[in-house]
Ligand binder design. Structure first.
Ligand code: SF4
Length: 358
């Protein structure tokens, strides 16, 4: 991962984060409006636009709310897991073949860093006035830890939790494909009562080189998660996207064994499973940008509600049951849930919604 440009919105007064990032990479801070930056980048051909989008940090202010409910598509009977997200960064220096952010690059070909992140404190306070617990994370439109060396989001959000006495009321997840946990371990050391969770995105090794450019190899992610557990933190596991071809099922079982022998099963916060799914337009983009990827070789069918392509339901159920069964060797009642699946699939896999609190 290499950042090649640091741009601060011309309207921005607080340049603290931008200057820190610029010093880290030995780059100048450029001052441009968003429109000026777009006018420079959008005419680039795709083979230059994508690398530029992954290497440009744009520091600006967010206009709308930071805290939003992670919504399943409306009108369909997806079972919602009640997760909330904080969008403090939008964009990612990593590059995954199946990543939905590839669609956004056509409109926002850079990584936006929202410097007014402290306003989320008021939003969380308002939410907690009428709710007992908040399960939240920063990894919806970004990798939570990919830029943590620069932005120290782990330290920032942990200090906010401690300052407000929210340790028992918030489970804060940092979802990642990185192995950069030093700041998070330090934050846990300063505030041991905070419920900090690394959300480790996991998959079988064969996809790392072909489909998850610039991310840490699985062995490094697991080692980082082990270190975090040893420092007192909890780890969540996200099996997503599960590539459900019969020849990979043994590899997914082996991955469960590998994870749950390395990690302490008692310090697993939650585990999600999500099958490979993507829109038709993303399929075309994947074929063009990722010719070596095996992910577009799966037999997939459109769903009626969200028009995403999915692997057939009986195959998905078989994979989910097999993975759940392997996990149950280590955790008899695992805190398992399905991502973007309907009621009928929860019933077929025989899963109930888990409790997410400590
Ligand atoms: S790490 Fe996550 S956010 Fe970043 S490119 Fe991969 S899927 Fe997208």
């Amino acid at each position: 991962m290499t950042i090649r440009r640091i741009v601060a919105d011309s309207r921005l007064n607080d340049l603290t984060l931008a200057e820190k990032a610029a010093a880290h990479f030995g780059l100048p801070v450029e001052r441009l409006t968003k429109d000026e930056l777009l006018a420079e980048l959008l005419p680039l051909p795709p083979e230059e636009l994508f690398p530029a989008a992954k290497a440009t940090l744009f520091f600006t202010e967010k206009k709308g709310p930071f805290l939003t409910a992670c919504r399943c598509p409306s009108g369909a009977d997806y079972r919602c897991c009640g997760y909330f997200t904080i969008q403090s960064v939008s964009g990612c220096p990593y590059d995954c073949s199946y990543c939905i952010l590839q669609h956004l690059i056509g409109n926002n070909p850079f990584i936006s860093v929202f410097v007014n992140r402290e306003s989320v404190e008021t939003e969380i306070r308002t939410y907690l006035e009428s709710h007992r617990h908040l399960r939240v994370g920063t990894g919806e439109l970004a990798d939570s830890l990919a830029l943590d060396d620069l932005l120290d989001e782990s330290g920032f959000f942990t200090a906010m939790i401690a300052r407000n006495g929210w340790e028992e009321r918030i489970s804060f997840e940092f979802k990642t494909k990185s192995a950069m946990v030093d700041n998070l371990i330090a934050a846990k050391g300063r505030h041991p009562a905070a419920d900090l969770v690394i959300g480790l995105s996991v998959n079988i090794d064969r996809f790392h080189a072909t489909d998850e450019r610039h991310t840490a190899p699985m062995a490094d992610r697991i080692a980082a998660a082990v270190r975090f557990q040893q420092a007192g933190g909890r780890v969540a596991l996200h099996f997503d996207p599960i590539v459900m071809r019969d020849e990979f099922l043994g590899d997914y079982r082996a991955l469960c064994d590998r994870l749950l022998t390395a990690l302490d099963p008692k310090k697993i916060a939650w585990i999600s499973m999500g099958g490979l799914r993507h829109s038709l337009s993303l399929t075309a983009l994947m074929r063009r940008r990722w010719p070596a990827s095996e992910l577009t070789l799966c037999e997939m069918f459109p769903s009626a509600d969200d028009h995403k392509l999915r692997i057939l339901a009986p195959v998905r159920a078989r994979f989910y049951r097999a993975i759940a069964g392997t996990i149950q060797k280590y955790i008899p009642e695992p805190p398992l849930y399905l991502c973007m699946e309907k009621e009928f699939m929860w019933e077929r896999v025989k899963l109930d919604a888990p409790s997410f609190t400590r």
